[in-house]
Structure formats: structure tokens, C-alpha cells
Design a protein. Sequence first.
Length: 230
Amino acid sequence: MSSQNPGIFRDFAESRSIAFHEIDLHAGESIPRLADFDGLWVMGGSMNVWEEDKYPWLIEEKKAIRHAVEDLKMPFLGICLGHQLLAEALGGEAKKTDNHEIGLFEIKPTPEGENHALLQNFNFSEKWVNVHLVEVTAPPRGSVILASSSQCDNHIMQASENAFSCQFHPEVCGHTFEGWMCIPGIPSSLENLLGKEGLKNFQDEFKDNLSLNNKASHTLFNNWCDLVFN
């Protein structure tokens, strides 16, 4: 979806001379030949991983993720829906739970994540943006959970040597929140869950924490690049 884009990571990528080729499957674009690329990122979306009848392109997207990770051993990063799709593509499971997270939440490393190279110098003291009613309830076999919150056990996952994913949104930038509010049904759904005042508080906290989030996200981005490309 156009509103679920790489955000601030576009700027980070440009600083390392990494070029994005962005595909919007929801708009009817096709998945290109993955072997022509050096890595694969899968971003978020308002659809659910199991809604293949409504969004049939999810079937091909899961196949592409599995091909990229298992066959091509490509560097991979999934965010939010991309995190859940990675799990499903590799044999895990994502489900709707009662412990949804909408707003900014503290995320902490697991014992496996405390000394992991992906999280080196990563600032876990900050709260992170979340908008999800679904979480990965069964990670793929052999995967490692690197970070969690009080509401969600699987916030950062390593699914293979070069495949990583985040449930939260490290990519947020100045236009992200407004973009989400342009998605049909999202404003009313969030207001129903948070209340009008709660939604306004979410937007204010989003803006107040943005510069700190972006600084920590730059560290996460550089760590990912150093891990999978060097």
C-alpha cells in the first residue's frame, strides 16, 4: 500500500547508496524477478495475513517471501504485516489476539536479543509506534525472538541467517500518521478502539517521540545492513 512505505528508511538507504524498487501489490503491481535484487523488504498494510480471498495477491507474496528467504538466501526485512507474512510464509502462524497494541509501547530485548548484532547500540529506552490487532503467535521453526513487549511476545524476530522482522514500526516519519489516516476505515477503527481523545493523544505522542525514534531506527537500519550485506 502506498501509505505503508519505507518512510525514514528511504533516507537511511540513500545515505548508503541503496536504491529502492517499490512495488504496491494492493494497487495491482506484480512481483518482479527477485534474483535481480540484493534484498527484499515487506512493509505493512491494513489487511490480515489470512484474507487471501479478499486479497489474492497475498498468496503470491507469501510464495515470494519463502523463495527469497529459503531458496535465494536474500537479505530480508519485514515490518508489521511483513513480520506476520514472514512467519506465515515459513510455517509459523499469526492470529488476532486480545492484547492488541495501538499507540507507543516500550519494547525490551529478550535474553537472545541482548547481545545480538542487530540490536547493538539500539536504544530500547524509547517507546515505539504500534498499530496491530494481530501478532505472530507461532514463530517459524528455528527462528529466534529478539525483543518483546508486555503485550506482544514477538516484536523482533530472526527467521534465518539473513531474514529479520519487526512487529512495531521503526520506519515512521513525518508523513506516516497522516498517510495511515487516509486509509479507508482506519480512522474510524482507531477511534472506536481508542476513543476520540485517545486517538488525538496517540497522534501527539507519535509526533513528540518521532526524532528519538528516528535516531534509534537509524541504528537498527545500519545494524541490519552490516549484518546482511557485509
